[in-house]
Design a protein around this ligand. Structure first.
Ligand SMILES: [Fe+2]
Length: 303
């Protein structure tokens, strides 16, 4: 199972596209219909889809998986009564699977057979998304459901978040104890620490300073710098989060405390709490499909 992409709907997608290509440093994956696709150096056809629309919302967050993983999700989401829809992706790369609506409206899409593209060379292209994080009213409940239904695994709990993995990377998603439900941020994985720092420099050339960072996180131990993008989302330059083994001990909030006046391992970062909180309100979730009454959950029925 791998996190692949996030699909956003928003107005003025050309502006968002230009920012992500010309300033943030990503590459164009092309345009199809009313959707721009933004890619990285890796083999996914895109990391962020920007679909033109009147409002801001998250259409889906997409994971690529195998048939066995998909079958588990189909069976368990049906058992738990989650709203689902079978999906044939019209986005770049295609693939088919299911979209599951989590309890707070997060739309997670799981695709089998989605196509990859050749990797690209280019200094400071993001490689892929390392994580996409959501705000929650009940992060524990969502954490429990993604463990049961999606076969994800909680890696750590802090005062602020429940960190969840879907493979051996410490987290591919997390649910913040925010008191409301929305997109928290999208993290782009850079090749190394220099890639993160040069990204900060590139944005500084355009009079943009980090809303949080640079610093090194506790859980995941990644180096980070968060920015509030002109198109409204919070986006992050990040190094890869650490790899963990299956017996990784699940941390509790008391395992992850900071000395006074520190909010990262290095003690270098300032945080614009108010600005980030405001930006995190911009992208909510919107289900624009009717749930299916029953999922066909055998191979035979899916064909
Ligand atoms: Fe992050």
């Amino acid at each position: 199972m791998k996190l692949r992409s996030v699909e956003l709907v928003l107005p003025k997608t050309k502006d968002a596209h230009d920012f992500l290509i010309d300033i943030w440093g990503a590459a164009s994956g092309g345009k199809k219909g009313n959707t721009y696709y933004i890619r990285g150096a890796g083999t996914f056809p895109y990391l962020v889809a920007l679909e033109e629309g009147e409002d801001h919302f998250v259409r889906s967050t997409t994971f690529v998986c195998n048939e066995e993983e998909l079958q588990h999700i189909l069976t368990k989401s049906h058992e738990r009564g989650l709203k689902t829809k079978r999906e044939v992706s019209a986005d770049l790369g295609g693939g088919e699977g299911v979209i599951v609506e989590l309890p707070e409206g997060e739309l997670f899409r799981f695709l089998v057979g989605a196509k990859d593209v050749p990797a690209m060379q280019g200094q400071d292209l993001p490689v892929k998304l390392t994580h996409v994080v959501f705000n929650s009213t009940d992060a524990e409940k969502t954490g429990d459901i993604v463990e049961d239904v999606l076969n994800f695994c909680v890696s750590d709990r802090t005062k602020g978040m429940v960190f969840v993995r879907c493979n051996d990377s410490h987290h591919s998603t997390a649910f913040a104890r925010a008191g409301f439900s929305s997109l928290n941020h999208i993290a782009f994985e850079m090749a190394d620490l220099d890639g993160v720092m040069r990204g900060i420099g590139r944005l500084r050339d355009h009079q943009m300073t980090p809303a949080w960072g640079p610093g090194r996180h506790g859980p995941g131990a990644n180096v980070f710098a968060y920015f509030i993008a002109p198109f409204g989302a919070v986006i992050e330059f990040s190094t890869a989060v650490e790899k963990v083994t299956e017996d990784y001990p699940v941390g509790a909030p008391e395992d992850w405390t900071w000395p006074a006046n520190r909010i990262d391992q290095w003690g270098t970062s300032d945080k614009d709490f108010q600005g980030l909180r405001q930006a995190e309100e911009n992208f909510r979730f919107r289900r624009d499909w009717e749930p299916e009454q029953r999922i066909n959950n055998t191979n035979k029925e899916r064909q």
